[in-house]
Design a protein around this ligand. Structure first.
Ligand code: NAP
Length: 282
């Protein structure tokens, strides 16, 4: 293996430290700390762990956490009432509706009711529209985390060929928009893309966000490319990404591991988004 490892845990810790310092300064100057509200519906164990991690991260940086738990039988009206109350609460800067929701609920219409000013997940249609128009707004956390890793690694995006595997609203599409803002030449691939390997081989920066274990092989990576693996796949042997890490590392100049690459960045960027939302409201 020759590639440098991009340590997402280290970068995430740095971002969290910066947020914590900013909160300390706010509180020292007599201002209230930022507040992040989570809403969890039902008892999905994975969601419970994600939300607990977000709360722990919140506490560590000095935010106030507001946790809202609803029964799995909750109606859209009941959840809508909670969202409306949080939208109106001046102590709450960010609202996070944990997905997935129980199957009788429509995630899209509920997410839409979150005030864009408090949409720290950056997933409402308003936030997506602002991003697509290149206007100011809150951006989705995982794509923000990818850009932060590239920036801190010193990767020059200006004019470089970036290939993104995956066109989801959560990762691929918003990441493409963020990288276009940074003057990259962006190609988005998906399940119908022809000659995927040949397209990937053109990439100065290759980002995989497909959810297919080790889809990207070593000989899909141009010599000296930067490889960012967003994938998180549970397989018998544990967690793997969308990239065959060992093989890709033979060609790449730097690469994110799974776990410990993009994963830790998502919560760090959620904290930064909440601080940004606070800044806009105060
Ligand atoms: P998604 O909504 O399922 O989208 C997957 C995308 O990959 C789709 O655009 C799909 O194409 C494309 N795709 C699937 N198989 C492909 C193939 N064989 N060749 C080329 N493209 C293919 O997934 P997602 O939510 O974006 O997540 C992607 C991965 O990132 C998952 O492993 C997920 O767990 C992980 N993830 C990680 C984080 C984190 O914090 N690190 C956050 C979010 C997601 P079509 O559009 O044509 O179907």
């Amino acid at each position: 293996m020759s590639a440098r490892v991009i340590d997402g845990k280290l970068v995430a810790a740095a971002v969290r430290g910066e947020v914590a310092d900013a909160v300390k300064a706010l509180v020292a100057s007599g201002k209230r700390p930022p507040g992040l509200a989570t809403i969890i519906v039902g008892d999905d164990p994975a969601s419970a762990v994600y939300v607990a991690n977000k709360h722990k991260a919140c506490e560590e940086v000095g935010f106030v956490g507001f946790h809202n738990e609803l029964e799995s039988s909750a109606t859209e009206d009941q959840i809508g009432d909670v969202i409306n109350r949080l939208n109106a609460d001046p102590a709450v800067d960010g609202i996070l509706l944990q997905l997935p929701l129980p199957s009788h609920l429509e995630a899209g219409s509920l997410t839409e009711t979150i005030s864009p000013a408090k949409d720290v997940d950056g997933l409402t249609p308003t936030s997506a529209g602002l991003l697509s128009l290149g206007r100011k707004g809150l951006r989705p956390c995982t794509p923000l985390g990818v850009v932060e890793l590239l920036d801190r690694e010193g990767v020059d995006l200006n004019g470089s060929n970036v290939v993104i595997l995956g066109r989801s609203a959560l990762v691929g599409k918003p990441l493409a928009a963020l990288l276009l803002e940074r003057n990259a030449t962006v190609t988005i691939c998906h399940s119908r893309t022809k000659n995927l390997q040949a397209v990937c081989c053109q990439a100065d920066v290759l980002v995989a966000a497909v959810g297919v274990p080790e889809l990207v092989k070593g000989d899909w990576v141009k010599q000296g490319a930067t490889v960012i693996d967003v994938g998180i796949n549970r397989v018998d042997g544990g967690l793997v990404g969308d990239v065959d890490y060992e093989a890709a590392a033979e060609f790449a100049c730097c690469i994110t591991p799974v776990p410990g690459g993009v994963g830790p960045m998502t919560i760090a960027m959620l904290l930064r988004n909440t601080l940004a939302a606070y800044g806009e409201s105060s």
